[in-house]
Design a protein around this ligand. Structure first.
Ligand SMILES: [Mg+2]
Length: 230
């Protein structure tokens, strides 16, 4: 039984607790429209993704890196002819992204409310430190959590570090998130538990084909379904 083993429940934040990727895709659409004078929108999108992948190891995840990647892409596809006016428009797309409202996803409040006091609740998220702190504060959810970890990456070694910090064994740890690649697979590999809640849009970088059957894994439609296991 899961509930006999699990003591600590960790939540991914973006697209697990609140809407995120949708806002990034809207921002990307605006950028592609801005650049369609130089390239068809679909190709602009591909160029931007290539820039993001090239810079991921330098910038990490988050809005600031995304802004720099849009500017770099604009410079490249315009053969350096893009004006500073256009760069300003790109920067405002990024500023808008940093000021989006926080829309809590269905089932999140109920889940936190019911698990609170019974389990140690954690947030484990990637992204810019300041932006993730802003979103957490705005979300009104901070008081539910014992610990908030803004991770530069979500690979096995990063979860190992988190578990060590929490003084928690993997077999007592459950991670809930929308990314199989970042939230589930590394935790299962360490011997922990994983609950996947797919979000209707996923960033290309996080997309992964999977057909996962594992006794420590469950696929959920909505996050509050985890209450049947805890
Ligand atoms: Mg996520």
């Amino acid at each position: 039984m899961w509930r006999d083993k699990i003591t600590t429940v960790a939540f991914d934040a973006d697209d697990t607790l609140w809407v995120n990727e949708l806002y990034f895709q809207e921002a990307e659409e605006k950028f592609c429209e801005l650049m369609e004078h130089y390239l068809p929108q679909h190709s602009v999108s591909q160029e931007l993704f290539a820039t993001e992948m090239r810079n991921l190891h330098l910038y990490g995840y988050g809005v600031k890196g995304f802004i720099l990647c849009m500017i770099e892409t604009a410079s490249r596809i315009s053969n350096e002819r893009a004006s500073l006016g256009l760069v300003n428009k790109i920067i405002s797309i990024g500023h808008d992204l940093l000021q989006k409202p926080i829309e809590i996803l269905p089932g999140v409040m109920e889940t936190l409310e019911k698990l609170s006091g019974k389990y140690r609740l954690i947030v484990g998220t990637k992204g810019d430190l300041l932006d993730q702190e802003r979103k957490l504060k705005k979300s009104g959810l901070v008081s539910y959590f014992h610990h908030i970890e803004i991770m530069s990456n979500k690979e096995t070694v990063d979860y190992q570090k988190l578990l060590k910090h929490l003084d928690c064994k993997a077999e007592n740890f459950l991670m809930l998130g929308n990314s199989i690649k970042s939230d589930i697979l590394p935790v299962l590999e360490l011997g922990g538990f994983g609950g996947h809640i797919p979000y209707h849009v996923t960033w290309t970088h996080e997309q992964q084909e999977y057909n996962l059957h594992h006794s420590n894994f469950v696929e959920l439609q909505q996050i509050n379904e985890i209450l049947n296991y805890l």
